[in-house]
Write a protein that binds this ligand. Structure first.
Ligand SMILES: [Zn+2]
Length: 312
């Protein structure tokens, strides 16, 4: 325990030191990356660039230096088959007439279901007996990571291959608040799906990609009517997936996530993919800087067992 405390204090010290050094040597960087924390200190905000990018996160946020981090490289041959893992039961994923709120936070674009048209059905959730004792998880948000070129963008890799994007459906243990879930083992269950580029538009993604022009800059939000079902944002074939214990892939990298990553991708068109690449990570009144390559590189597996379900 003492060693852990010493480590934490060491990281806090390095974090402060780094903040001072960077603010002195790169005053312009501080201008775009500083923010005031609740306790009044000026901190540096993380990003996906060389400065303050994923390699720096462990120094700025000690949680990102953990040993069960995400994403990871998924390898079919190394994963252990476990027929008792699934299937993951989805509830409310076939509801229609949702209203979603889109938000550009400068790191990713997020979507939250904010309302259902009447008659009001139950909100989306998932259940899987292998997640935890209390195994009901409600959908909290959906967000997407992408690359600026088609050979990168997904966070996980599949047998050495990266996809142009990856969508995450973040669910939290139903009985907990988000704050509690972020501090509880298996507090979150994330469904991940690779996004590939196909020949035709994907109609389910159209409301999302069409809405992006309205949240072009950081801190912009809008609401969008969503006439499709959430299920259609997932791959058509969800019979095969990987399962492992990991973390959030963004600071503060909490190791509280049960990951389910589908083997088969969902497809969107090149035109739809391009609308993500036009987003900006800067505020509207700043010189524009594109939001792109917002994925964390794969992290060491450190002896964790990766399981697979539905592979024959
Ligand atoms: Zn994510």
């Amino acid at each position: 325990m003492d060693r852990v405390l010493i480590l934490i204090h060491f990281f806090m010290f390095v974090k402060t030191l780094l903040a001072v050094v960077i603010s002195r040597s790169h005053p312009s960087l501080l201008k775009t990356n500083e923010f005031q924390t609740s306790d009044g200190y000026v901190a540096l905000e993380w990003n996906y660039e060389k400065n303050l990018g994923p390699r720096f996160w462990p120094f700025l946020y000690p949680g990102c230096a953990g040993i069960s981090q995400s994403p990871v490289a998924l390898r079919t041959v190394d994963a252990v088959s476990d027929p008792s893992l699934g299937p993951v039961e989805l509830f409310g994923y076939n509801n229609r007439y949702l209203t979603m709120k889109g938000f550009n936070n400068g790191h990713v674009v997020k979507f939250q279901v904010i309302a259902h048209a009447p008659p009001r059905p139950k909100p989306a959730r998932l259940q899987n007996s292998r997640y935890a004792v209390d195994n009901s998880y409600h959908l909290a948000e959906i967000h997407i990571h992408w690359g600026n070129a088609n050979n990168r963008g997904s966070e996980h890799s599949l047998d050495g291959r990266y996809f142009p994007a990856e969508i995450h459906f973040v669910h939290k243990l139903s009985r907990l608040s988000m704050d509690q879930a972020l501090n509880t083992p298996k507090g979150l269950a994330v469904l991940g799906a690779f996004i590939g580029i196909g020949q035709t538009d994907n109609p389910a993604y159209e409301p999302i990609t069409a809405s992006l022009a309205g949240i072009m800059y950081k801190n912009m939000s809008n609401s969008l009517p969503f006439r499709e079902t959430l299920r259609k944002l997932l791959p058509q074939d969800v019979s095969q997936f990987f399962r492992y214990d990991g973390s959030l892939t963004t600071p503060t990298c909490n190791e509280v996530v049960v990951w389910t990553v589908y083997k088969n991708p969902v497809w969107i068109s090149m035109r739809q993919m391009s609308s993500f690449r036009r987003l900006m990570k800067t505020y509207q009144n700043e010189p524009p800087q594109p939001l792109r390559d917002n994925f964390r590189p794969v992290q060491p597996i450190n002896g964790r067992q990766i399981y697979k379900y539905g592979f024959h």
